[in-house]
Design a protein around this ligand. Structure first.
Ligand code: UDP
Ligand code: GLC
Length: 408
């Protein structure tokens, strides 16, 4: 399996054409069609926003309008939206392929629209699973190479069998490259029957500013309680495991918790379940739901520990890197990419998933003796800076796009 490609010399904005052309051996800077099925910003879309930064002047085709539209426009991309809005909500990850039948006509129309946009571009870059499924047909129609940025773990915890088979077969047939953010995601793709030679691992990278103020000052400004405080900063979804943290809190009297994030993709029943759990354990004075926020790194700096309690394998987990970057200790479940990112536990504490007892024990050990964990947190910050910066990710992605464009 090929790890991150050697870094290309990325273009400065406006001066990149020559550099890119020289590297790729093609006449002009390739133009890329970035495709996303959603306009809502979760981790994959935040990665796309940062990934397109060197590709000013390229085009994005979004199946629906949303915050991503403005984010990509702000990066200098031309935005295309479908003529008719089509909800793909019925195409759930565990649904039978037959559930696509009622919207087959609309899917066909979307493929044609993507194909039309792709004809004017050198490379098609699909940023999500649904975007890939339709882009595969579109790119084939117009003979363009297709890069699939796969942000998911293709295993039985996340997808039904028929969907896994369909995705992997289509990737083997139509994708020129499959980019994944972690070894864990790469393994799942290959175990599911995906061709190993297609895979390139490009860890997500991000930049953020650390607030220089001490945690106590931030806490006061944000109106957060004094005393031991932990936080979870993931969107509200059953596999993100906020319920496990609530169960752990029930075992740790005196500990407060903030729950940051919202059910972005229709997980309202789970959000209601979390509130029921809080009521059941009488924790309403110790758990504060803050909803979706745009100041996550600042909020992280105000807590004693960032908890990442995903119960199913995490494909990557930007929130882990954000916590590492701001220098706050992390307790994460050992599922998917967490162990890779946290250096097998040297840069954070790993606990088994779905074990509130083990999570509670790890939190209490850390809160009782924070100094003992300081070297781990220092290592985590260095690791985040050296391995998971936006620039490194952009260079690795640009290399792949240039290679693929050269083969077009
Ligand atoms: N996030 C945010 N506001 C919130 C909750 C989360 O901006 O209220 C961000 C968080 O900082 C992170 C991203 O959403 O950058 C989530 O990405 P991650 O890869 O951790 O998980 P995903 O939700 O994509 O599975
Ligand atoms: C997905 C994954 C998350 C990953 C993000 C960006 O949303 O759930 O783990 O960090 O994509 O790759």
């Amino acid at each position: 399996m090929t790890d991150v490609l050697p870094a290309a010399t990325l273009p400065e904005r406006g001066s990149g054409d020559r550099v890119l052309a020289a590297r790729s051996g093609i006449a002009a800077r390739p133009s890329v069609l970035f495709v996303s099925h959603t306009g809502t910003m979760s981790g994959a879309e935040l990665v796309l926003r940062d990934a397109v930064q060197p590709w000013t002047g390229s085009t994005a085709f979004l199946f629906e309008d949303g915050a991503l539209t403005d984010a990509l426009r702000g990066q200098g991309l031309e935005i295309r939206l479908p003529r008719r809005r089509t909800s793909l909500a019925a195409l759930r990850r565990d649904a039978s392929p037959l559930s696509a039948l009622p919207v087959l006509g609309r899917l066909g129309a979307l493929v044609l629209e993507i194909a039309r946009a792709a004809r004017a571009c050198d490379v098609v870059y699909a940023n999500s699973q649904k975007a890939f499924l339709l882009s595969a047909f579109a790119a084939r129609c117009v003979g363009r190479p297709l890069v699939w940025h796969l942000h998911d773990i293709l295993d039985s915890a996340h997808f039904g069998r028929a969907q896994r088979i369909a995705q992997v077969c289509l990737a083997n047939l139509c994708a020129t490259r499959v980019i994944v953010p972690s070894e864990a995601a790469a393994r799942a793709f290959v175990q599911g029957g995906g061709r190993r030679s297609l895979i390139r691992i490009v860890p997500n990278g991000l930049d953020l500013d650390r607030d220089p103020r001490p945690a106590a000052a931030l806490r006061a400004e944000l109106g957060l309680p004094a005393g031991p405080l932990v936080g979870v900063f993931s969107r509200i979804a059953p596999w993100k495991g906020q319920d496990v943290l609530i169960e752990a809190l029930a075992r740790l009297p005196g500990l407060h918790c903030i729950v940051v994030g919202a059910p972005l993709f229709g997980e309202d029943a789970y959000a209601a379940h979390l509130r029921d759990l809080v009521a059941k354990y009488r924790l309403s004075d110790r758990i504060t739901f803050l909803g979706q926020r745009d100041d996550v790194p600042r909020l992280m700096q105000a807590v004693d520990v960032v908890v990442h309690p995903s119960v199913d394998p995490e494909p990557f987990g930007r929130t882990l890197v954000e916590a590492m970057r701001v220098g706050v200790p992390v307790v994460a479940t050992d599922a998917g990419a967490s162990a890779e990112i946290l250096d097998g536990g040297a840069a954070g504490t790993l606990v088994p998933p779905r074990r509130p007892d083990r999570l509670a024990a790890a939190l209490s050990e850390l809160l009782d003796n924070p100094d003992a964990f300081a070297p781990r947190t220092d290592l985590a910050r260095e690791r985040a800076l050296s391995r998971y910066g936006a620039d490194r990710m952009q260079r690795a992605l640009a290399d792949i796009i240039l290679q693929v464009a050269g083969r077009a």
